[in-house]
Design a protein around this ligand. Structure first.
Ligand code: 5AD
Ligand code: FES
Length: 359
């Protein structure tokens, strides 16, 4: 018979060896991964973060890459149940930036040291392939040493080819959940995980650096679904992985759901780093929203990217995917400076580099 504290020691030792094994093999058998995700003590979590941090440092040192996020339209034809800019949210105050405004964000961002611009928007067909291509090629003409990332949802393969030929380098498209049942619970019928994965595969074949990912603690999510996501990503080998806590938005069907937790998100960031040592992994705005030091803790748990907002302040509070989003009142320069200070404080350095994937 073991005493309670002996049993606790035994369990703790098991998790430490699971972390060592995960670092060495970059994977764990499903039941081991389940135990790791569900029985971590605080001390074990610290050991997990430390290992993830070391692995990140082996590949990227203490550099934190900056991406300038330009939220250029909050019109969206989709109706994802979790998202504040879903088409049936009649309270959303819709806007589109003009070409001039978008280019102006990039020019200002360039001066501030940004070398990647992320054009993110709802699925807004006002921005035709031609318009997007025109924007991309103008940004690349003005700033040839910069990377352009698109995050504008599902389009046909031909559109993605056109964007790539216009000079776009990267594409972010979170898969949201790989489980078809869960996907159905989060999205309206017209959206399918099959088409999402088709898009991701097309993007990669075309030559983009591709990012996928999911929310942590989204409604109906289970540990099994999360493990499916982890194994899917390890197999798909994306260049970038975006994860952040789910946060409810008051004007959506999920308005009364709980947010994802800081701890779960940090655990997953570390596990993702250990399973995908070279991946580009942001400490997201959503993480900074559920805790004032969320992004710092994300970096210390193995993340290596931050994405300050470059959108004009006049529209910031309109790109509300979830309630309470931070940094909606700050000028780009303030955000840049703030981020630099935040990272220096914990011993990391934001760098003015494109920060391409080493995957
Ligand atoms: N909480 C957290 N993240 C959200 N996203 C959308 N709505 C929410 C929410 N309520 C995430 C989705 C999407 C990305 C742009 O923002 O994962 O892919
Ligand atoms: Fe925007 Fe801190 S990152 S104010």
């Amino acid at each position: 018979m073991h005493t309670v504290s002996e049993r606790f020691m035994e369990k703790r030792t098991d998790n430490i060896s699971r972390i060592d094994r995960l670092r060495a093999d970059r994977t764990l058998p499903r039941e081991q991964l389940r135990l790791l995700l569900t029985t971590l003590s605080e001390e074990e979590a610290a050991y997990l973060y430390k290992n993830a941090d070391e692995v990140r440092k082996e590949h990227y040192g203490e550099d934190v890459f900056l991406r300038g996020l330009i939220e250029f339209t909050n019109y969206c034809r989709n109706d994802c149940l979790y998202c504040g800019i879903r088409r049936s949210n009649k309270n959303a105050d819709r806007y589109r930036l003009t070409t001039e405004e978008i280019l102006d964000c990039c020019d200002k961002g360039y001066v501030l040291g940004f070398r990647t611009f992320v054009l993110q928007g709802g699925e807004d067909l006002f921005f035709t392939d031609e318009k997007i291509c025109g924007l991309v090629s103008e940004i690349k003409k003005r700033h040839p040493d910069c990377a352009v990332t698109l995050s504008i949802g599902e389009r046909p393969r031909e559109s993605y080819e056109a964007f790539f030929n216009a000079g776009a380098d990267r594409y972010l498209l979170r898969h949201e959940t790989i489980n078809p049942v869960h996907y159905r619970q989060l999205h309206p019928e017209e959206l399918t995980i099959e088409n999402r994965v088709r898009c991701l595969r097309d993007l990669r074949e075309i030559g983009f650096q591709v990012g996928c990912g999911m929310m942590v603690g989204s409604p109906f999510q289970t540990v099994d679904y999360l493990m499916d996501d982890l194994y899917f990503m390890a197999e798909f080998r994306p260049h970038m992985i975006g994860i952040g806590p789910f946060i409810p938005h008051g004007d959506t069907p999920f308005h009364d759901r709980e947010s994802g937790t800081l701890q779960d998100t940090l655990h997953l960031l570390s596990v993702i780093r250990l399973m995908n040592p070279r991946v580009l992994l942001p400490a997201t705005t959503a993480l900074g929203t559920i805790h004032p030091l969320g992004r710092e803790m994300g970096i210390q748990a193995g993340a290596n990217v931050v994405m300050p907002n470059l959108s004009p302040t006049g529209v910031r509070d309109k790109y509300m995917l979830y309630d309470g989003k931070i940094c909606t009142g700050d000028e780009a320069a303030e955000c840049r400076r703030c981020m630099e200070l935040r990272m220096e404080k914990i011993g990391y350095h934001v760098v003015a580099a494109r920060g391409d994937s080493k995957v």
